[in-house]
Design a protein around this ligand. Structure first.
Ligand code: NAD
Length: 420
């Protein structure tokens, strides 16, 4: 069966069943169809590796009673080639239909050209929460406290300066806005200024915060921190903070304590079964994850802050080749690594597929609830690193260690999984 290019052709593989969503719960069959998009650059290599490792883990964990049925969709250069369109509507509709997808990175031109396909996918499917766990698996890491790092970043995915509401300085739209601002609001903006808007809504902030609190309850996390620059951007980032607290306190009161209560009532110790919700100003937050990583578990941030902090946090534990992510909406998720297409290494069979593999593990473990399989994957990665079976990006920080190719590393992980 070929890659679908038109909505009329959409037909998921018949040996699989579709996950469904009702009353706020995802129902996953034992043979779910998971869509995959190879992506550009190193995408095909890492996605191939991830699919192989995920299949091996599911086989090992459930002995054939569960199985992933993969369905290839296209976006980026492959979609241009096959369908004559960088992001076919069929791809978006197919993801909506199956609810579960694994995606490789896609190229985005900088400064000009088409808009980020990644952002378009997130917006078209309303994948409003971008979840990025940052965890230490024993990899060589530049930070003294790398082993203390265990964060999950919840980044808002649809708003902020990423909403794409912007105009070049010399466009008629920017001129109109500048003149509106001066005429109606008495605000003078320089004539050669490009204009971008930063919308942050209560609706989007609160649905993100709900996902974060529910994640903390489900996973036994004890701390949620709202990251914002509300001292400067009061009505966007400041409001983000207030709306976040509002959700925690009004909707999850029995689980939540505030920083004030922590000291006034509990002597600085978070009691069993409670989650501390606090906030930090963005610049301080970037500092704190370095100086006191043990104080942070779940970090909830608007889009731009979330982008910055996830790269900074991942650097603490050894960088981008290990950084997993998942974009989540209501009953729909697209897992994708944090890294890009690394064009320099495309097709060379050298890059680290761990980020893509761990993204897939997030999808099956956290979103679908197949935790036995995702734990096997994490354990295999830990073992491989302990045995110094790693790709070049980690090997170069491990004196005397010969790097494995992407394909060799993938085989090693599968062997570890089989032996567990
Ligand atoms: P990049 O993540 O592709 O590369 C940054 C650095 O990290 C490079 O040195 C690269 O070689 C290295 N790297 C990346 N992935 C690696 C891996 N798996 N193993 C080992 N090393 C790895 O970022 P970039 O160079 O800024 O962007 C390249 C392209 O990717 C751009 O077109 C950009 O828009 C796109 N991009 C896409 C996504 C996405 O699809 N979600 C995310 C980021 C960047």
């Amino acid at each position: 069966m070929g890659i679908p290019c038109s909505v009329e052709e959409l037909k998921p593989p018949s040996e699989g069943s579709l996950a469904t969503w009702s009353n706020g719960a995802l129902n996953v069959p034992n043979n779910p169809v998971i869509a995959y998009i190879e992506g550009d650059g190193i995408g095909p290599e890492v996605v191939r590796s991830a699919r192989m490792v995920l299949d091996a883990a599911v086989e090992k964990a459930y002995g054939g009673s569960r199985r992933i049925v993969w369905w290839e969709l296209a976006a980026g250069s492959k979609a241009q080639e096959v369908c004559g369109d960088l992001l076919p509507k069929a791809t978006l509709e197919a993801i909506k239909m199956v609810r579960l997808a694994l995606k490789g990175p896609l190229t985005t031109p900088v400064g000009s050209g088409y808009r980020s396909l990644n952002v378009s996918i997130r917006q078209a499917l309303d994948l409003y929460a971008n979840i990025r766990p940052v965890k230490f698996y024993g990899q060589p890491a530049p930070h003294k406290y790398a082993d203390k790092v265990n964060f999950v970043i919840f980044r808002e995915n649809t708003e902020d300066v990423y909403a794409g509401i912007e105009w070049p300085w010399d466009s008629p739209e920017a001129a109109k806005i500048r003149s509106f601002l001066e005429r109606e609001l008495g605000v003078k903006v320089r004539e050669d200024a490009g204009i971008g808007l930063k919308p942050i809504s209560k609706f989007a902030t609160q649905r993100l915060m709900r996902r974060a609190v529910e994640w903390a309850i489900r996973n036994g996390n004890k701390r949620i921190t709202l990251m914002h620059k509300g001292n400067i951007m009061k009505y966007t980032e400041g409001a983000f903070m207030q709306w976040g607290y509002e959700v925690a306190i009004n909707e999850y009161r029995e689980y939540i304590i505030t920083e004030q209560e922590l000291w006034e009532k509990y002597n600085g110790e978070i009691p069993e079964g409670k989650i501390l919700v606090n906030d930090r100003i963005a610049d301080n937050m970037l500092q704190q994850i370095i100086t006191r990583p043990w104080d942070y578990e779940i970090i909830v941030a608007p889009n731009l802050n979330g982008d910055y902090i996830s790269d900074a946090a991942n650097a603490l534990v050894g960088g981008i080749g290990m950084a997993a992510g998942m974009n989540m909406g209501d009953g729909i998720a697209v897992a994708e690594p944090v890294h890009g297409t690394a064009p320099k290494y495309a097709g060379k069979d050298v890059i680290n597929p761990t980020a893509e593999i761990l993204s897939g593990a997030l999808l099956i473990g956290n979103f679908m609830g197949w935790r036995e399989a995702s734990s096997l994957i994490e354990e295999a990665i830990r073992k491989a690193i302990a045995d110094k079976k790693v790709t070049y990006d980690l090997a170069r920080h491990m004196p005397g260690v010969e790097p494995l190719k992407t394909s060799e590393y993938t085989k090693e992980l599968i062997e570890y999984i089989k032996e567990m």
